[in-house]
Design a protein around this ligand. Structure first.
Ligand SMILES: *Cc1c(COP(=O)(O)O)cnc(C)c1O
Length: 433
């Protein structure tokens, strides 16, 4: 094979020269590999199809919501989780089929519920008694019916490598199983003429690598289902097991193939239904991070480099906590490369600083980079597809970055870089009163 020298020196992402895209669109720049988004989505969908069960894979759009992203989700036949009017509005703008939209949130207000009912979303995931009242009011007013899931807290909190069992979960989300709140909610809604409880929902955490936490949650849910079956002759047609499937940010992360989570969940649901002689429900999941997290990079330009002899070298880039707050917010780890020196040996240790006025605005501590790194170089941070752009802020009045989609060797801008006028568009003058 003839080696392309340019290819050797530059980082290629989704078969595109990253330095060329940075030149074309400027920095900071999010570049999404659309083929990878599709293959992640298909990994979940294909795994369910192999299992021969009824299912929905709902993309948790809070991970990254934009019209273009939701168009891709629609093309892949996914369903969609939204947690606000803004996310629902984005879905409507993307012509997402509303019967495949699920409304979430721990504090849905009347406007959100009205909008969801008006657009006939597929279901509302009820979180608390207050919402039941609001939904009843809205349905009466609009003369409509609605399918709902009851979100329950099973008393399992899963983290990357472990999970915590809490008899009664201290959580702002959902009806508690242990103290009977969930029973009360079901009893209240059984035989309701406008609200139809089609099933149960639980979500045990995020960036989870092991399947045991999910399996325990299924077991807890089936204890309840068994009880509801006996007590109320109620049997759910949907079991929504949430999202939280982990991805690789750094080499320390060892996620399972996405299909493995589906296989484990389906196997446990089948086992429980057989053992307890219950009906097999539809299984829904809600991956966010696992659909988009590893499908994007963020490209920054290096500015100042501050060497503190014997201490540390700070390499500052033209973005930071405004486009990716995860390192500052919860010490999230990332890997990065110098995109225009991709093949040079990495012999120098530096720390990547953002440009916000916060000492905590650090993107990466102790990254290995080429000795020759200098101002004007391009730094590409991997796995920034989830909870980066969607958590972006205007701190220090930095305009939000641009987002480009790449597929089949072509690139297309899907979110414009903000300009200064965007920053002040809601500002009003104050003339002394
Ligand atoms: C955040 C969230 C998800 C998605 O979580 P990921 O870790 O991105 O997969 C799914 N369901 C609910 C209810 C959530 O709050």
């Amino acid at each position: 094979m003839v080696q392309n020298t340019v290819q050797k020196e530059h980082l290629y992402f989704a078969s595109m020269d990253v330095t060329k895209l940075a030149e074309k669109y400027g920095t900071p720049l999010f570049i999404y590999d659309v083929e990878k988004i599709r293959s992640n989505a298909r990994a979940f969908v294909d795994a369910f199809q192999k299992e021969n069960v009824k299912y929905q894979v709902a993309y948790a759009s809070k991970a990254f919501s934009s019209i273009a992203m939701l168009q891709v989700a629609k093309q892949e036949g996914l369903s969609l989780d939204v947690v606000s009017q803004g996310e629902l509005y984005t879905a409507l703008q993307a012509d997402f089929p509303t019967d495949r939209i699920h409304l979430h949130g721990n504090n849905k207000n009347i406007e959100e519920i009205e909008m969801a009912v008006e657009h006939d979303v597929g279901c509302i995931v009820l979180d608390n008694f207050h919402e039941i009242e609001l939904l009843e009011y809205v349905l009466k007013k609009q003369g409509k019916e609605m399918n709902v899931l009851l979100r329950v807290t099973p008393g399992i909190e899963a983290h990357t490598h472990d999970y915590i069992l809490t008899g009664q979960e201290d959580s702002k989300f959902g009806f508690d199983l242990a103290n009977g709140q969930a029973d009360k909610a079901l009893a209240q809604l059984l035989n309701h003429d406008q609200i139809h409880v089609v099933g149960l929902h639980c979500h045990i955490g995020s960036q989870i690598f092991e399947t045991d936490g999910f399996i325990m949650a299924v077991q807890k849910l089936f204890d309840v289902i068994d009880h509801w079956n006996t007590e109320y002759n109620y049997s759910p047609s949907v079991l929504n097991l949430g999202g939280g499937f982990g991805i690789r940010y750094t080499d320390d992360d060892e996620p399972k193939p996405l299909a493995a989570y589906v296989e484990a969940l389906v196997a446990e649901v089948k086992k429980q239904t057989n053992a307890r002689k219950l009906n097999m429900p539809e299984i829904w999941i809600e991956p966010g991070r696992a659909i988009v997290g590893d499908t994007a990079i963020t490209v920054y330009k290096v500015g100042s480099i501050k060497e503190i002899p014997g201490v540390r070298t700070y390499v500052a880039v033209d973005g930071g906590m405004t486009d990716n707050i995860r390192p500052a917010l919860y010490n999230a780890k990332y890997e990065a490369v110098v995109a225009n020196r991709f093949n040079e040996p990495k012999s120098k240790t530096v720390s990547i600083a953002g440009k916000c006025c916060e000492s905590g605005d650090m993107l990466i501590w102790d990254l290995q980079v080429p000795e020759s790194i200098q101002s004007g170089d391009l730094l590409a941070v991997y796995s920034t597809g989830a909870y980066s752009y969607s958590m972006a802020s205007h701190y220090n009045r930095f305009p939000k970055a641009a987002v480009v989609f790449v597929e089949n060797g072509k690139d297309q801008l899907v979110i414009q870089r903000e300009n200064f006028a965007d920053l002040v568009k809601n500002d009003l003058r104050y003339d002394s009163l």
